[in-house]
Structures are given as C-alpha cells and as structure tokens.
Design a protein around this ligand. Structure first.
Ligand SMILES: [Zn+2]
Length: 137
C-alpha cells in the first residue's frame, strides 16, 4: 500500500528515535513495542499526518493520553500517538494534514521521559511506522 503520511512531529525530531517498533526488553521483561518513540520536550506539537477523523481520544494506564485518527481515504489506516499532554481536537472532528492535534507529554506508566509514541495500524494490525513515515532517507 502506498501511504503518503507526513512525519507527525517537527522535523528536528525525525532522527531522535529512542525506541523502534518490535520486541524489546523494558521494565524487567520482554514486551512488544507497537510503535516508534521519538524523544521530544513536553508541549511539542503533534501534527496530524494525513486528513482524517478523530476516532480515539482516551486515557490508557500505560499509554497515557491517546489520540487516534482514522484515514479512510488511505484504506483501513489509523495513526496514533501516546503519552500526550493535552489535546486540540475532539472525538469525531474532521482533521487536516498539518493541523496540530495535540501536544506531546509524558503521561501514562510506560514511559521513561517525555516522548511521542507514534503508532500506525493498518487493517487492524500495528505496523512499523518507520517504514511509512519515510524516515529512511
Ligand atoms: Zn513507545
């Protein structure tokens, strides 16, 4: 599938990858990391990567404040960010590419410092966002 999603943080954080997608040892056990982490200060804009609709705006004990945006014109694609500080959109909002949807933070238990956990779900499965956000130059 050809997806053309923009990187959802300011460009200076593209290279600041603190944890990749996949199995990792964290907090004394193995866990599957469903996204890619980029360290960034609290309050960094989370930029909507493609036009869509806000389908998730909720709290998870591990993920903290979660934002999920569906991109129906791309197929069954949902972009997500965890550990947010606050939101600038509401559930059900139609959003545009480039719009600031939230601010990053350090909420939830599964974090060791301020960062954005970027997730991408295609057809119900988490995929490696590294492959989609064009992070490999
Ligand atoms: Zn993460």
């Amino acid at each position: 599938m050809a997806l053309n999603l923009r990187f959802p943080l300011p460009a200076q954080f593209i290279a600041v990858i603190t944890s990749r997608f996949g199995w990792r040892w964290i907090f004394g056990k193995w866990g599957f990391h469903t996204g890619q982490d980029h360290a960034c200060p609290k309050g960094t804009p989370y930029i909507i990567p493609y036009k869509g609709i806000v389908v998730g705006k909720r709290w998870g004990p591990l993920a903290g404040n979660i934002l999920e945006v569906a991109h129906p014109t791309c197929g069954n694609v949902i972009s997500a960010c965890y550990h947010l500080r606050d939101y600038l959109v509401k559930l059900g909002d139609k959003v545009s590419e480039g719009q600031v949807g939230a601010h990053t933070g350090n909420t939830g238990l599964l974090t060791t410092g301020p960062h954005a956990h970027l997730g991408l779900k295609i057809n119900g499965r988490w995929v490696d966002p590294h492959l989609v956000y064009g992070l490999h130059s």
